[in-house]
Design a binder for this molecule. Structure first.
Ligand code: GDR
Length: 345
């Protein structure tokens, strides 16, 4: 039985990957950072099937311990401070986890089990103020946030550990990928959740930032398969994972609101708080290398993805409204929330 260690297992990607690997018969270990109110909501359905190990990407000794306990064949480094906006007010924390955390994890692999295969969650944010469109593996980086800078560091460390120590280390340059499990602060989920709440009479307006930003949005469930495929190849390499389509935030609003018969212009309010100090205006990935070499393909398109998220948020908010829970209760380890959640997602 193959064994995998996932950092960031409680996040969107970690939870989809854990399910994917369990289906393939893996024994799955997940690194969990201690918080005063644990949030297992994404992995609730598989919590009894995965082994949780306490640890933190900023603490090398905890990663060494996690490697010793899990003795993994594959390590997926998905943990990070992953919200771009937070990286301006918290640049050092972002560097500590999103950049140095990668070196810590690579060191733990090198010291304890250098034969383990390593996946690094790199990001399209590394392309930032893009120097070429569409972006591919050879496109130079120009990050536009402390988060983007930290990801560039992690990416090059991964490449360097491959070239210096011969680790089987891959970097997946993933463009935005979303799902009903996306955190509420990210733009797709913020919109689909608001659409559901407005439709159900629980909210009257939606405060937004830059509507002209364009992103290449895919489905997270499709993207975790690409992570796994990278680690099954003969040779370690880096791959762009994207849909090859770009849409503006405005188009996202149109698709989400019109799906429930509403016009976004009646509800959306511009709010300076959600504009960023520096913006990434346009992302569009070219996934040709992954399609050819990994045989990877995305299954879910943009409209279908957004509609799936709106449907899920309608069910979730209806369940929460029926049980008189408030939106902030989502984050609490409340069994009722967990129950409604696993029913709807
Ligand atoms: P991003 O995702 O920064 O691309 O990074 P996000 O969904 O936060 O923003 C996408 C774009 O939408 C614009 N925008 C808003 N964004 C948010 N969050 N809230 C708003 O109200 C709003 N209004 C407009 C943003 O300015 C931006 O242009 C995500 C993260 O998952 C990273 O961790 C990952 O590496 C990349 O995707 C690939």
């Amino acid at each position: 039985m193959k064994r995998a260690l996932i950092t960031g297992i409680t996040g969107q990607d970690g939870s989809y990957l854990a399910e994917f690997l369990l289906d393939k018969g893996y024994r799955v270990y997940g690194l969990r950072r201690r918080t005063s109110t644990p949030n297992y909501i994404n992995i609730e359905p598989v919590l009894d099937k995965v082994e949780i190990i306490d640890g933190d990407l900023s603490d090398l000794s905890s990663l060494i311990r996690a490697m010793q306990i899990s003795d993994p064949d594959e390590v997926y480094n998905l943990g990070a401070q992953s919200y771009v906006e937070t990286s301006w007010p918290q640049p050092l924390l972002t560097s500590e986890l999103t950049a140095i955390g990668v070196t810590n994890m690579l060191e733990a692999v090198r010291l304890i089990k250098p034969s383990a295969r390593f996946y690094q969650a790199s990001s399209s944010e590394m392309f930032g103020k893009v120097l070429e469109t569409p972006q591919k593996e050879t496109t130079p980086f120009y990050p536009r946030s402390p988060y983007g800078v930290a990801k560039v560091y992690g990416h090059w460390m991964t490449v360097n550990y491959r070239e210096s120590f011969n680790l089987f280390a891959c970097s997946g340059i993933l463009f935005n990928h979303e799902s009903p499990r996306r955190g509420f602060e990210f733009v797709t989920r913020k919109v689909t959740n608001a659409v559901a709440r407005i439709k159900l009479g629980m909210q009257t307006e939606l405060r937004m930032g830059n509507l002209d930003a364009r992103r290449d949005w895919g489905f997270a469930g499709d993207y975790v398969e690409a992570m796994w495929l990278m680690l099954q190849q003969e040779k370690a390499d880096d791959y762009v994972i994207a849909t090859g389509e770009t849409h503006s935030v405005r188009e996202l609003l149109e698709v989400a609101f019109s799906y429930v018969g509403l016009d976004y212009r009646d509800y959306v309010v511009n709010d300076e708080r959600f504009h960023r100090p520096a913006e990434v205006d346009l992302l569009l990935g070219n996934p040709e290398k992954a399609v050819k070499q990994l045989g990877w393909e995305r299954k879910i398109g943009f409209e279908q993805l957004i509609q799936m998220m709106v449907d899920s948020d309608l069910r979730l908010n209806q369940a929460l409204s029926d049980s008189h829970l408030k939106q902030q209760d989502y984050d609490l380890p409340n069994p009722l929330v967990a129950a409604s959640w696993s029913e709807v997602v």
